[in-house]
Every structure is written in structure tokens, then in C-alpha cells.
Ligand binder design. Structure first.
Ligand code: NAP
Length: 456
């Protein structure tokens, strides 16, 4: 690939959305000469590495495609640099022709029910980060205490966490899950997972494949009240237009016909059920739930309540984007306002600053959705570069790295990441696994900087 362009672009976020932006940018070497990809973590690949469930190995192979993009000529990885903390958007804009923010949705939505903050009640994203070996989650974050867990939400993340809880640990031993996580899951006394869905069978957001997988776990009975799987009059019409949703409904209705086999673990699917309060003195001992109805598309309580005895609650009710200092933010939608990817402040484009991925459109879609999204943003960016509206950056990217070094911020470069990658592969070998992840940031940094001697 011959590069003729002299534009330098900073992409912030080395997850799929950022990397698809890099791909779209470097598809135009006649305009873009260099792309620096910053990430808060010392590792690239964002939610593919730290969100996609470890047992979804086929989805994780997308890393191979993403890696090739980061290895394209003119692309540099600069990990371990936090936007808004180590470097500001204004500083990036002063040193690059364009800045693309692809920071995703870094936190999660809340239930807003009493007791939500009790010990033992947390977000599914926290649990996902832990079993994915995310460096910002403590190694000892979760322990094996709960016999029954409530998972709240009807999306694919809820299915991921319920499956990871219920699966026999032996089936996870071939994955990249850190050893200490396997130890905790292996020692778990868990017998029951209660999956709470606040609407009906026709409104769940589960994907058919993930749902089918949920019903096929060894040693797990799936229990659903058949009466709850009957369709409302409006549902049938809605489902007629969606083969995917109809398949989801058929799967759940099929579960409702199953006889329990006496399996050691159970998944209880509670349709039309919402949480009202998490109970317990200093930690979770139960969950009060209420039956619901859907009226005119809205969820309303019926006043009929039940107490579930659970020792942990995982809310899985969606991710949420966080504001970044120096950038506008739509607090209601938790996204950065934009026009075809150009960031808008009070309706006016912020010169040379763009946005893509979940922080642009909200936490929806699958990995591939980010590709279309990035194409839209980069199309707009390239059009602006070809007809610049302001005078562009005043300083070079190298000057910015000097500024960061002065602050004690030393990015992990591609070679540093490759050292971490190699060390993880070596750690997997003794147990016949492809990879065992390094969980702690300090250790990742030591390995990235070659301070660790032999990995292991
Ligand atoms: P999601 O698909 O938006 O699901 C969130 C769920 O939470 C919805 O069912 C929603 O119900 C429910 N909810 C929201 N507020 C609630 C409340 N206060 N009480 C009870 N329930 C509440 O989000 P997600 O599961 O976090 O997934 C995020 C994205 O990643 C999705 O696009 C998903 O498909 C994708 N993903 C894909 C995979 C995969 O392909 N394998 C795996 C993981 C994630 P309502 O519909 O009633 O609002």
C-alpha cells in the first residue's frame, strides 16, 4: 500500500469501532498518511477481548482481522493512554489533522431500585470484565458464595453471564479465562439462575443462536411457565414481520414444554417480571419482584409480588456511555451528539473532531455494525479534510508524545502489546490452552516493557 497523503489522524479507542475507523482511513492512503490509535488499556481489541464471552471462540477470531488493520503501514498503537486524563481532546486536535473518538460505552445502566448497591448486587458488565481478565477489575472481585443468582435483563449480555455462571467449568478450561476465575467458578455452589425479563416473550432482545445455546448446556434444566409464553394479540402481528424474533419465541415456547430432568443446575426464565427491591442487611439475601403487563408498549406493574431467595444480583440492563471532558454530551441518550460522525456542539460541528461506535449511536448492534458506522464517520472526515474549514493542527504527533512523556505517560506500543500477546500464549501452553490472559495491569505493563524476564 503506497501512502501519498500527509494527513495524520488520531483514533481514540482500539476496540472494533476504532479499528474499523482505522481500516476506513487507511483505505485512503492518498489522503491519510498516518493513524495513531490510542487506548486506555495496554491491549487492543476492546470488547472483543474484554466483552465477547470466552466460550464464543469463533466470534473472537475476528481479532485476526482487526490485528491486520493495526499492522497496516502508517498505523501506530499507543496503549495505556486515557482520554480526558492523560491527554485532552484539545491537545489531540492541536497535534493531528483529525481526531476520531471511539471510546464505546464504558459503564452500565442502573435499575434504580432500593438495595441495588448492597454487597452482592452488581452489574453484569463488572462480572464480564472479571471473567474476561480486564485490568481495571480486581482479580478477587467475585467469590464463590451464591447458590442462587438473579440476572436482570433480556439482552445477549444477560445470556452471556447466565451461561458463564451455569456452564460446567470443565467446558471453559479450553478458553482464555484466567486461572483464578476458573478456580472461583469451579468452586461455585450455584444451583439456580433466575433470569428476569420485564416484558413478554415477543419483546426479548436475545439473539436466536445465543438463546438456543442457553437451552443446551449440560446439567442444566431450563424452566419457564407455559402460560407466560402465550402471545398477546398484538404480538402475532409484530412477529409475522420478523423471522428472527419468531424463532426466538419458538425456542422459548419449546423450553416451556420441557419436563425437568432433575439436573443439578436450573435456569428459571421469569417473563413479565421486574425487580422491585434487593433485600438484605449488609449483603444480598433476596430480591422482591413484581409481575408486569405491557400496555401500549409500556411496562406497568400489577402489584403482584414474589420474593426470590438469591445471594447475588447481576443487572444486565444495557451499557451506558460516559462524558469526556472537553466534548459535548447528550446526557439522556448517553452519546456524543454528531452529524454523520462530525461531533456537534450546540448544533455546530467541532472542527476536526469525529465520533464512531457505541459512543456515537448507543450500545446497540453486533460487532459488524461498527463497520458501517465507521464508514459513515470516515466519509465525512475525508470530505472535511479535502476541504478544510480551519487551519489544522499547529504541532506534530511526536511533540504530543514528548508532552505525554513529560507527564510520566509512556504508551505501550505495538511491540509492547506483542510481548503481552506472546506471554499469554506461553502461559496457555502447559494446560493445552491457546492463551491464558494476564489480568493485572501492572503485570501487563511489566511484560510490555520487557521487565519481566521469562513470561510465566
Ligand atoms: P440490550 O440488548 O439493550 O438489552 C438490555 C435489556 O435490559 C433489555 O431487554 C431491556 O428491556 C432490559 N432492561 C432495561 N432496563 C431495565 C430495567 N430497569 N429493568 C429490567 N430490565 C431492563 O443490551 P445488552 O444485553 O447489554 O447488549 C448490548 C449490545 O451488545 C446488544 O446489541 C447485544 O445484541 C450486543 N451483544 C451481542 C452478543 C452476541 O451477539 N453474542 C453478546 C453480547 C452483547 P426492554 O426491552 O424492556 O427495555
Amino acid at each position: 500500500m503506497e501512502i501519498h497523503g500527509d494527513a495524520r489522524v488520531a483514533v481514540v479507542g482500539a476496540g472494533p469501532s476504532g479499528i474499523y475507523a482505522v481500516q476506513a482511513l487507511t483505505d485512503h492512503p492518498e489522503v491519510v498518511g498516518a493513524v495513531d490509535v490510542y487506548d486506555a488499556l495496554p491491549a487492543p481489541f476492546g470488547l472483543v477481548r474484554y466483552g465477547v464471552a470466552p466460550d464464543h471462540e469463533r466470534i473472537k477470531t475476528i481479532v485476526d482481522t482487526l490485528r491486520q488493520v493495526l499492522e497496516r503501514p502508517g498505523v501506530r498503537f499507543l496503549g495505556n493512554v486515557r482520554l480526558g486524563v492523560d491527554v485532552s481532546v484539545d491537545e489531540l486536535a492541536a497535534h493531528y489533522d483529525a481526531v476520531v473518538v471511539a471510546t464505546g460505552a464504558a459503564t452500565d445502566r442502573h435499575l434504580d431500585v432500593p438495595g441495588e448497591d448492597l454487597d452482592g448486587s452488581t452489574s453484569a458488565t463488572d462480572f464480564v470484565s472479571w471473567y474476561s481478565g480486564h485490568p481495571d477489575t480486581e482479580v478477587e472481585r467475585f467469590t464463590a458464595v451464591a447458590r442462587a443468582v438473579a440476572v436482570i435483563g433480556a439482552g445477549n449480555v444477560a445470556l452471556d453471564v447466565a451461561r458463564m455462571l451455569l456452564k460446567p467449568v470443565e467446558t471453559l478450561r479450553g478458553t482464555d479465562v484466567p486461572e483464578h476465575v476458573l478456580d472461583v467458578l469451579g468452586a461455585s455452589p450455584l444451583t439456580d439462575v433466575h433470569l428476569l425479563v420485564r416484558r413478554g416473550v415477543a419483546q426479548v432482545k436475545f439473539s436466536p443462536k445465543e438463546l438456543t445455546e442457553m437451552g443446551e448446556i449440560d446439567g442444566v434444566d431450563v424452566l419457564v411457565d407455559p402460560a407466560d409464553t402465550e402471545l398477546d394479540p398484538g404480538d402475532a402481528e409484530e412477529l409475522a414481520g420478523s423471522a428472527v424474533r419468531a424463532r426466538v419465541v419458538r425456542t422459548i415456547q419449546g423450553w416451556a414444554q420441557r419436563e425437568p430432568t432433575g439436573a443439578p443446575r436450573r435456569l428459571h426464565l421469569h417473563l413479565h417480571t421486574r425487580p422491585v427491591a434487593v433485600t438484605g442487611d449488609d449483603r444480598v439475601t433476596g430480591l422482591i419482584v413484581e409481575r408486569t403487563q405491557v400496555r401500549d408498549g409500556r411496562v406497568v406493574g400489577t402489584g403482584v409480588q414474589e420474593h426470590l431467595e438469591v445471594q447475588a444480583v447481576l443487572r444486565s440492563v444495557g451499557y451506558r456511555g460516559l462524558p469526556t471532558d472537553g466534548l459535548p454530551f447528550d446526557d439522556a441518550a448517553a452519546v456524543i451528539p454528531h452529524e454523520r460522525g462530525a461531533v456537534l456542539r450546540d448544533g455546530v460541528p467541532v472542527p476536526r473532531v469525529y465520533v464512531t461506535g457505541w459512543i456515537k449511536r448507543g450500545p446497540t448492534g453486533v460487532i459488524g455494525t461498527n463497520r458501517r458506522d465507521a464508514t459513515e464517520t470516515v466519509t465525512r472526515l475525508l470530505a472535511d479534510l479535502r476541504a478544510p474549514a480551519d487551519r489544522g493542527p499547529t504541532r506534530s504527533a511526536e511533540e504530543l508524545l514528548g508532552l505525554l512523556a513529560g507527564r510520566g505517560v509512556h504508551p505501550v506500543d505495538w511491540a509492547g502489546w506483542l510481548s503481552v500477546d506472546a506471554a499469554e500464549l506461553v502461559r496457555g501452553a502447559p494446560s493445552g490452552r491457546d492463551r491464558v490472559k494476564i489480568h493485572e495491569r501492572s503485570e501487563m505493563l511489566r511484560v510490555a516493557r520487557g521487565e519481566n524476564g521469562a513470561p510465566g
